[in-house]
Design a protein around this ligand. Structure first.
Ligand SMILES: *Cc1c(COP(=O)(O)O)cnc(C)c1O
Length: 473
């Protein structure tokens, strides 16, 4: 399998090459040249596999430059009960007839980002080892991505993580999770500013190409194709858990921000997974809902991006959305570039005519939005029904899912975080303090552990100097 850019550069690259890269050189995102089709016989064969075996089968369709035996060992090492708490890795929980949750948040940092990041950590270590190279990952986080990256990369050979976060602005749990790590290859840098300041520093460092090359700076953000590919696996797993025969269809509702999670669902459907609807659920930051209702994609600025009680979805520029639009446009790279380089950068967005949607059959997307009051109501009602506690992002998904259910088609809501991660709102809704998962050690008393971090000014040069001083450790 080879990979191309969404912006028209026709150079074809292998998986191992794009693994360690962020954007394509022309500023586009990488996608495979085509989506391998999975037929009925293959679906039947895959039904009986363990999660790790299923991951290997799906990944091997997209990766031909890592020997099969090595890839098999990597997936087996990644998707274990020890890490994810359950044999099924992403088990279903039935809420009521035709409606269930799929748990994607049982990994070490209690959010679905672990599903892909854990694999990425193992792939990075493997590929860097094979090349005899090392990589300094520089990132910015408001909470979930940073902790998932650090738990995936801690102790990995050849990888160092420099993670910027806004000083004092993460939840106490998120901060304790990251700052309590004592691994020498993990560096927490608390910036005296907000998330956007952290992001700006990362961009400024990445734009200094000479520095980036000399100090081998890399990223693990959600545009990385390997992360998206890892996420395709749980759509297949969820389908197999929810159905008995390949003639059945299911729908998925996905709490969305950067469009990374639901984009993996799109890829799964393009491969032939029998999915009826993909429902995009947003919070008060409803850029994507607006697009799927009206065809208009209008990026919002910082001032128009609201801070909500489902903070991992407080995103107003969905970085993975370009991949879906590329497919929607019949994979016309020049047209895609005109929208994302010219229209988004110059006019802040674009509108796709209704014919563009109509032309492409099978693109069945639906969408909806949720707010703080909806979130509280949904968390409370779900708890009162049978004692199930859900987190705020999953609540946005469940609220929207109920608006799109169809008789005869199971609706699967992706659970993207555990309630223990967003305690405050759960207590507000139910008066209950959610339990922390027992299969993850060290969570009780986490906030009391010694913290390892440095505070830095809003200063790009300071961060560069810090990387230079610590990239030989
Ligand atoms: C990252 C995240 C999301 C949004 O996922 P995208 O791939 O950015 O759409 C939703 N919920 C939680 C808990 C997350 O951490």
């Amino acid at each position: 399998m080879k990979y191309i850019s969404t912006r028209g550069d026709q150079t074809q690259r292998g998986f191992a090459e794009i693994l360690l890269e962020g954007l394509a050189p022309d500023g586009g995102l990488y996608l495979p040249t085509h989506y391998p089709k999975v037929d009925d016989a293959t679906l039947t064969k895959w039904r009986g596999l363990s999660y790790a075996e299923l991951a290997f089968e799906i990944l091997s369709l997209y990766i031909d430059d890592i020997p099969a035996a090595d890839l098999k060992a990597l997936t087996a090492k990644t998707y274990t009960k020890a890490v994810y708490g359950f044999d099924e890795i992403t088990p279903l929980k039935h809420l009521e007839p035709g409606l269930c949750l799929q748990a994607l948040s049982n990994g070490p940092t209690l959010a679905f980002k672990d599903m892909a990041m854990q694999l990425l950590g193992n792939l990075f270590e493997y590929e860097l080892g094979r090349r005899g190279e090392s990589l300094n990952i520089l990132g910015a986080t408001s909470g979930d991505t940073g902790s998932a990256a650090e738990y995936a990369m801690r102790g990995k050979k050849g990888v160092r993580v420099f993670m910027l976060s806004p000083n004092g602005r993460m939840s106490p749990f998120q901060q304790a999770q990251m700052f309590s790590l004592q691994d020498p290859n993990i560096h927490n840098i608390a910036v005296e500013g907000v998330f956007d300041d952290c992001q700006d520093i990362v961009k400024a460092v990445s734009n200094d190409l000479a520095f980036k090359r000399q100090y081998k700076i890399g990223t693990v953000n959600s545009i990385n194709w390997a992360r998206l590919l890892a996420q395709v696996v749980y759509y297949f797993a969820g389908y197999f858990y929810a159905t008995k025969a390949n003639t059945e269809k299911v729908s998925f509702t996905v709490p969305s921000g950067n469009f990374g999670n639901v984009c993996a669902g799109h890829v799964a459907r393009m491969m032939g997974l029998p999915v009826d609807q993909l429902v995009v659920a947003t919070n008060e930051n409803n850029v994507l809902d607006e697009f799927f209702r009206t065809g208009t994609y209008r990026v919002r600025g910082t001032a128009e991006t609201y801070e909500t009680s489902s903070p991992s979805m407080d995103i107003s520029k969905a970085s993975n959305f370009e991949r879906f639009v590329f497919d929607l446009l019949g994979r016309d790279g020049a047209a895609c570039k005109a929208l994302f380089k010219d229209a988004v950068e110059k006019q802040g967005g674009f509108t796709l005519p209704a014919e563009t949607f109509a032309k492409v059959p099978g693109y069945g997307f639906a969408s909806g939005t949720s707010n703080h009051a909806n979130r509280l109501d949904t968390i409370r009602a779900t708890f009162e029904a049978d004692g199930t506690l859900i987190d705020t992002h999953t609540a946005d998904g469940l609220k929207v899912a109920r608006e799109h259910m169809k008789p005869g088609t199971t609706m699967i809501v992706l659970e993207t975080a555990l309630p223990a991660k967003f305690e405050e709102t759960i207590v507000e809704a139910t008066g209950q303090r959610p339990a922390r998962p027992h299969w993850i050690s060290g969570l009780d008393g986490l906030e009391q552990l010694p913290k390892r971090f440095v505070v830095c000014p809003k200063d790009t040069q300071w961060v560069k100097d810090y990387v230079v001083q610590h990239c030989q450790d």
